[in-house]
Unconditional design. Sequence first.
Length: 146
Amino acid sequence: MLRPAGSTDRERVTALLERAGLPLAGVPRDLARFTVAESSTDGVIGAIGLEVYGRAALLRSAVVAPGWQSAGIGRGLVSAVLREAERLGVTEIFLLTTTAGDYFPRFGFTRTDRREVPEPLLASEELRGACPASAVVMRRRLQGPD
Protein backbone atom coordinates (compact mmCIF):
# COMPACT_ATOMS: atom_id res chain seq x y z
CA MET A 1 0.00 0.00 0.00
CA LEU A 2 1.24 3.50 -0.86
CA ARG A 3 0.48 6.45 1.41
CA PRO A 4 1.85 9.87 2.32
CA ALA A 5 4.70 9.60 4.79
CA GLY A 6 4.45 11.05 8.26
CA SER A 7 6.96 12.00 10.91
CA THR A 8 6.39 8.63 12.64
CA ASP A 9 7.88 6.94 9.54
CA ARG A 10 11.15 8.84 9.81
CA GLU A 11 13.11 6.17 11.70
CA ARG A 12 12.26 3.42 9.21
CA VAL A 13 12.77 5.65 6.14
CA THR A 14 16.12 6.84 7.52
CA ALA A 15 17.19 3.24 8.12
CA LEU A 16 16.26 2.28 4.54
CA LEU A 17 18.19 5.24 3.12
CA GLU A 18 21.26 4.54 5.26
CA ARG A 19 21.25 0.85 4.33
CA ALA A 20 21.09 1.82 0.64
CA GLY A 21 23.90 4.36 1.04
CA LEU A 22 21.65 7.28 0.07
CA PRO A 23 22.11 10.78 1.52
CA LEU A 24 20.03 11.97 4.44
CA ALA A 25 20.89 15.64 3.98
CA GLY A 26 17.79 17.61 3.13
CA VAL A 27 15.31 14.90 4.10
CA PRO A 28 12.67 16.88 6.02
CA ARG A 29 12.02 15.85 9.61
CA ASP A 30 8.29 15.51 8.94
CA LEU A 31 8.88 13.73 5.59
CA ALA A 32 6.75 16.35 3.83
CA ARG A 33 6.12 15.36 0.20
CA PHE A 34 7.41 11.84 0.81
CA THR A 35 5.44 8.74 -0.10
CA VAL A 36 6.01 5.39 1.54
CA ALA A 37 5.17 1.84 0.55
CA GLU A 38 3.95 -0.23 3.45
CA SER A 39 3.49 -3.96 3.91
CA SER A 40 1.11 -5.39 6.49
CA THR A 41 3.88 -7.75 7.61
CA ASP A 42 7.05 -5.60 7.35
CA GLY A 43 5.82 -2.03 7.81
CA VAL A 44 7.50 0.64 5.68
CA ILE A 45 9.36 -1.09 2.84
CA GLY A 46 10.01 1.78 0.47
CA ALA A 47 10.02 5.54 0.16
CA ILE A 48 10.41 8.36 -2.31
CA GLY A 49 10.50 12.13 -1.92
CA LEU A 50 9.72 15.16 -4.03
CA GLU A 51 11.24 18.62 -3.54
CA VAL A 52 9.27 21.23 -5.45
CA TYR A 53 10.83 24.49 -6.62
CA GLY A 54 8.13 26.29 -8.59
CA ARG A 55 7.65 24.49 -11.91
CA ALA A 56 10.71 22.27 -11.39
CA ALA A 57 11.19 19.47 -8.87
CA LEU A 58 13.78 17.06 -7.58
CA LEU A 59 12.88 13.39 -7.17
CA ARG A 60 14.91 12.09 -4.26
CA SER A 61 15.47 9.28 -1.81
CA ALA A 62 13.91 6.52 -3.93
CA VAL A 63 14.52 3.37 -1.91
CA VAL A 64 13.04 -0.10 -1.54
CA ALA A 65 13.96 -2.61 1.17
CA PRO A 66 16.19 -5.40 -0.20
CA GLY A 67 13.66 -8.18 0.34
CA TRP A 68 11.06 -6.25 -1.66
CA GLN A 69 13.10 -5.22 -4.69
CA SER A 70 11.87 -6.54 -8.04
CA ALA A 71 8.30 -6.71 -6.65
CA GLY A 72 7.03 -3.57 -8.38
CA ILE A 73 7.35 -1.39 -5.26
CA GLY A 74 9.80 1.03 -6.89
CA ARG A 75 7.62 1.32 -9.99
CA GLY A 76 4.62 2.18 -7.81
CA LEU A 77 6.56 4.78 -5.84
CA VAL A 78 7.99 6.50 -8.92
CA SER A 79 4.61 6.49 -10.68
CA ALA A 80 2.94 8.00 -7.60
CA VAL A 81 5.50 10.79 -7.27
CA LEU A 82 5.24 11.62 -10.99
CA ARG A 83 1.45 11.92 -10.68
CA GLU A 84 1.88 14.14 -7.62
CA ALA A 85 4.38 16.35 -9.46
CA GLU A 86 1.96 16.81 -12.36
CA ARG A 87 -0.86 17.58 -9.92
CA LEU A 88 1.33 20.29 -8.38
CA GLY A 89 1.99 21.88 -11.79
CA VAL A 90 5.60 20.72 -12.10
CA THR A 91 6.76 20.75 -15.73
CA GLU A 92 10.17 19.15 -15.32
CA ILE A 93 11.58 16.82 -12.72
CA PHE A 94 15.23 16.02 -12.07
CA LEU A 95 17.06 13.35 -10.11
CA LEU A 96 20.61 12.38 -9.26
CA THR A 97 21.77 8.80 -9.07
CA THR A 98 24.95 6.82 -8.72
CA THR A 99 23.31 3.41 -9.07
CA ALA A 100 19.99 3.66 -10.95
CA GLY A 101 20.92 5.32 -14.24
CA ASP A 102 19.58 2.29 -16.09
CA TYR A 103 16.35 2.12 -14.05
CA PHE A 104 14.82 5.57 -14.53
CA PRO A 105 14.72 5.70 -18.36
CA ARG A 106 11.70 3.35 -18.22
CA PHE A 107 9.83 6.29 -16.66
CA GLY A 108 10.89 8.73 -19.36
CA PHE A 109 13.98 10.15 -17.64
CA THR A 110 16.99 10.95 -19.80
CA ARG A 111 20.52 11.86 -18.82
CA THR A 112 21.29 15.55 -18.84
CA ASP A 113 24.10 17.87 -17.88
CA ARG A 114 24.16 19.55 -14.46
CA ARG A 115 24.20 22.88 -16.29
CA GLU A 116 20.61 22.11 -17.39
CA VAL A 117 19.35 22.05 -13.79
CA PRO A 118 17.29 25.18 -13.04
CA GLU A 119 18.82 27.63 -10.58
CA PRO A 120 16.25 27.08 -7.77
CA LEU A 121 17.05 23.35 -7.62
CA LEU A 122 20.73 24.10 -7.15
CA ALA A 123 19.82 25.30 -3.64
CA SER A 124 18.74 21.80 -2.59
CA GLU A 125 21.09 20.05 -0.18
CA GLU A 126 21.25 17.06 -2.50
CA LEU A 127 22.60 19.14 -5.39
CA ARG A 128 24.81 21.28 -3.14
CA GLY A 129 26.88 18.32 -2.12
CA ALA A 130 24.96 15.45 -0.54
CA CYS A 131 25.27 13.52 -3.81
CA PRO A 132 28.76 13.13 -5.27
CA ALA A 133 29.79 15.09 -8.34
CA SER A 134 29.99 11.75 -10.16
CA ALA A 135 26.20 11.24 -9.81
CA VAL A 136 24.27 11.05 -13.05
CA VAL A 137 21.73 13.85 -13.52
CA MET A 138 18.48 12.86 -15.20
CA ARG A 139 15.44 14.85 -16.30
CA ARG A 140 11.89 14.18 -17.37
CA ARG A 141 9.54 16.77 -18.79
CA LEU A 142 5.95 16.59 -17.54
CA GLN A 143 2.67 17.75 -19.00
CA GLY A 144 1.88 20.19 -16.23
CA PRO A 145 -1.60 21.62 -15.75
CA ASP A 146 -3.85 22.27 -18.72
